[in-house]
Design a protein around this ligand. Structure first.
Ligand code: APR
Length: 231
């Protein structure tokens, strides 16, 4: 069986990394994304944008994967043993899937532990704070290697190609509020792929899913993986 998994902020919530929408503590309830997560905001006030991502990067470095991340590592190995494969696509810019042991993670919204040159586009590892003086070898300004609102997500060709061979599509911990990620379930349905949602609560596009399981990711993902590997 080929399983396509799309994860969102909810899979990392129990690792202490904030979600963007929903509860009062959600990031975009506390901050204006148009002032922090757009190329225009970075051009206007890079220091404030760096400060926001520096704080998130420090928080990430101090965080650890949870049982939901670990269960997806088990799924990857279990499917491979049975001649199948897992495609793990994440909207998250954290590295908790990799730290849990996932071998291949497609970061469609970029990675917080990488920097990108705003001039030449070169991408480099980044575990430290960035500032307005942070420069690339080409003297270009460094920015967080994340996809901001109004920018095109990464690896879309690869993502659609993986959907072509999927037998099952699963969305975990995402509100279904941001496209094109939120449109992948419809793409999967159009290809006749069965779709399942694992989330704390119904997402904005819950009606698109054939199966739905609600609860905390650290609880529902391990039990769902057990069911899939028993099949
Ligand atoms: N377990 C399972 N699901 C959870 C948990 C949990 N412990 N905690 C929260 N959730 C669910 C919420 O119910 C919500 O539906 O996770 C979802 C998180 O939704 P968002 O905060 O909107 O995050 P996400 O869908 O990943 O956002 C998409 O928006 O801001 C941009 O680029 C950013 O990648 C992000 C994109």
């Amino acid at each position: 069986m080929n399983v396509f998994v799309l994860t969102g902020a909810g899979v990392s919530a129990e690792s202490g990394l904030g979600v963007f929408r929903g509860s009062g503590t959600a990031l975009w309830k506390r901050y204006d994304p148009m002032q922090l997560a757009t190329p225009e905001a970075f051009a206007r006030d890079p220091a404030t944008v760096h400060e926001f991502y520096n704080a998130r990067r420090r928080n990430l470095i101090a965080a650890s994967p949870n049982a939901a991340h670990a269960a997806l590592v088990r799924l990857e190995a279990g499917l491979a043993q049975r001649g199948g494969a897992l495609t793990l696509v994440t909207q998250n810019i954290d590295d908790l899937h990799e730290r849990a042991g996932s071998s291949r993670v497609i970061h469609m919204h970029g990675e917080l532990l990488k920097a990108r040159c705003a001039s030449c586009g070169a991408v480099s590892d980044c575990q430290r704070d960035l500032g307005v003086d942070s420069r690339c070898g080409c003297a270009g300004a460094l920015r967080p290697h994340v996809v901001w609102f109004g920018e095109t997500p990464l690896y879309m060709d690869e993502i659609y190609a993986a959907l072509e061979t999927a037998d099952l599509f699963v969305a975990i911990g995402t509100s279904g509020a941001v496209y094109p990620a939120a449109g992948l379930v419809r793409e999967a349905r159009m290809r006749g792929v069965r779709c399942c949602e694992l989330n704390l609560e119904p997402s904005d596009n819950a009606a698109e899913f054939d199966d739905r399981r609600y609860g905390a990711a650290s609880e529902i993902v391990p039990s769902w993986v057990d069911v899939i590997l028993e099949k």
